[in-house]
Design a protein around this ligand. Structure first.
Ligand SMILES: [Fe+2]
Length: 198
């Protein structure tokens, strides 16, 4: 299962407003991490040191801008305390972040780092956006998909393509190769993302 809507409640309007406010306020402090997910620095260091790109499907994410000039900037930051409490009581006690994709048209094919899945809630779609899942083409089947890489479209076949509705909780299988397409570069795609670690 790549994608499934969940029945958790809709975020109250005042908490949605608080998240939008936080995104505006934090914008100057945001640090671009491209597709690097939020994780402790120790965990990121351990993984980045060990990225073995021998016989790999993709390029290291540090080269992503050279291969994908229209890649979005990708920001992750903490949810405000009030939101964290509401999420804990109504959705999940797992770690939650706000993610923002902007200033580009897509997030190229990749698999997420560390986490096994994501429980997400889109606050602003950021355009006419689709989330696309891929299978590796047969001729590339011997190559590995590794976190911290971006994978060229030519090596992939589209498996399925979802128009995820805003303000509906859903789970994504982030161990599958996926991309986000159709982002309006002058808008922001804003979502709450809860990491499913096990
Ligand atoms: Fe992802």
């Amino acid at each position: 299962m790549d994608f499934k809507y969940e029945s958790y409640p809709t975020l109250p309007p005042e908490l949605k407003a608080l998240i939008l406010e936080t995104v505006e306020k934090e914008q100057s402090n945001l640090q671009s991490t491209n597709i690097q997910m939020n994780a402790s620095e120790a965990v990121i260091a351990a993984i980045t040191e060990d990225v073995d790109l021998t016989n790999n499907l993709g390029w290291h994410y540090s080269e992503s801008k050279a291969h994908f000039p229209f890649i979005c900037d990708y920001y992750v930051f903490d949810v405000p305390a009030e939101v964290a409490i509401w999420l804990r009581d109504n959705v999940s006690a797992q770690p939650a972040n706000i993610q923002v994709m902007t200033a580009g048209s897509h997030v190229p094919p990749h698999i997420d780092e560390i986490r096994k899945g994501a429980l997400n809630y889109i606050i602003e779609a950021g355009g006419d956006v689709r989330t696309v899942f891929y299978n590796v083409k047969t001729e590339n089947a011997s190559q590995a998909a590794t976190p911290f890489t971006v994978i060229p479209y030519e090596k992939l076949d589209i498996s399925n393509d979802v128009d995820i509705q805003a303000e509906r909780w859903h789970t994504l299988n982030t161990t599958r190769i996926h991309s986000v397409e159709g982002i309006n570069p002058v808008k922001k795609r804003i979502a709450i993302t809860i990491s499913i670690l096990e």
